[in-house]
Design a protein around this ligand. Structure first.
Ligand code: 7PM
Length: 284
């Protein structure tokens, strides 16, 4: 048994035919499938641009590509199952055959999980932590690793009035409970990742407490994934700067997260994040 495993942490994550080494930080690249345009030409361009972006992220060192078809942005309206499947499944099917990296599907809907995994996705990333009706069963049936994220409320209204007595404890208790629910549903412990859900029903102060005390999540014994990339907490800390000006702050946050125990970083800007995390890992 390797040292890290003896200490209670997983050292590897099996994602289909890919084995991820969790003893060094790994990057999950974000691929958002924007709504299709009306013309066929537009659809082709959009599909092709998404494919090229996935290939570029893998070349830049992304260990996983996370594909989502529903915006979880604060205030966003939900999309139908049908619409979400049309957005993500053809892309997953195409990429699974041509990209040398595991594909994760960012969804909360059981039918999307099943369709995405059938198309070749080997991981489920769910911002609802499998709380939607039928999601636990679907994830179990898919037999792929799952990432359980904490969110207070729902995307539409979660930033209206986030409230906690003790955010770190409450998020940790929530995640511990969802891990137990997964295990009770038959999902293997080695296939469960956790994520405190930065920005999902949290104020800047809540997000900062979670980042400062991120180590408190490693004691749950599951791989820890975090997403801080381009989030509004970065924008706020830099003086309300727009998304396009959040790169350096996002990279700094990723480095802090890795030094405090995160094993996977979900981000948009893969090349600079991978470079920064190589340096951070060497100094850890
Ligand atoms: C607008 C605002 C669009 C925020 C998209 C977002 C996470 C996630 C997202 C995360 C995990 C984003 C978010 N964030 N999944 N999905 N962890 N596991 O910044 O932090 O991409 S959506």
């Amino acid at each position: 048994m390797k040292q890290a495993e003896a200490e209670g942490g997983l050292v590897q994550l099996q994602l289909g035919k890919h084995t991820l080494d969790l003893t060094r930080p790994q990057v999950m690249g974000v691929l958002n499938r924007t709504p299709d345009s009306f013309s066929d030409a537009g659809q082709f361009t959009d599909f092709d641009a998404a494919r090229r972006h996935a290939h570029a992220m893998v070349q830049q060192g992304a260990a996983i590509i996370d594909i989502g078809g529903e915006s979880t942005r604060p205030g966003a309206e939900p999309v139908s199952v049908q619409e979400e499947i049309e957005r993500v499944v053809p892309l997953i099917a195409r990429l699974a055959g041509e990209v040398d990296a595991p594909i994760s599907v960012d969804t909360s809907k059981p039918d999307v999980m099943r369709a995405a995994v059938r198309a070749g996705a080997v991981m489920i990333n769910d911002v609802y932590a499998l709380r939607q009706a039928g999601a636990l069963q679907a994830a179990h049936d898919c037999r792929v690793p799952v990432c359980l994220m904490h969110m207070q409320g729902e995307p539409r209204s979660m930033q209206q009035n986030p409230h906690y007595q003790d955010v770190v404890n409450e998020v940790r208790q929530f995640l511990a409970g969802r891990v137990r629910a997964c295990i009770a549903a038959g999902i293997q412990s080695e296939q469960i990742l956790i994520d405190p859900g930065f920005g999902f029903g949290k104020t800047l102060d809540h997000n900062l407490q979670l980042l400062r005390q991120l180590h408190e999540f490693t004691m749950l014994g599951q791989p820890l994934l975090v997403g801080l990339s381009r989030k509004s907490m970065i924008g706020t800390l830099l003086g309300k700067v727009p998304v396009a000006e959040r790169l350096q702050g996002s990279v700094a946050a990723a480095v802090v997260a890795v030094l405090r125990g995160a094993q996977l970083i979900r981000c948009h800007d893969v090349a600079p994040t991978v470079a920064a995390l190589r340096v951070a890992a060497a100094a850890r």
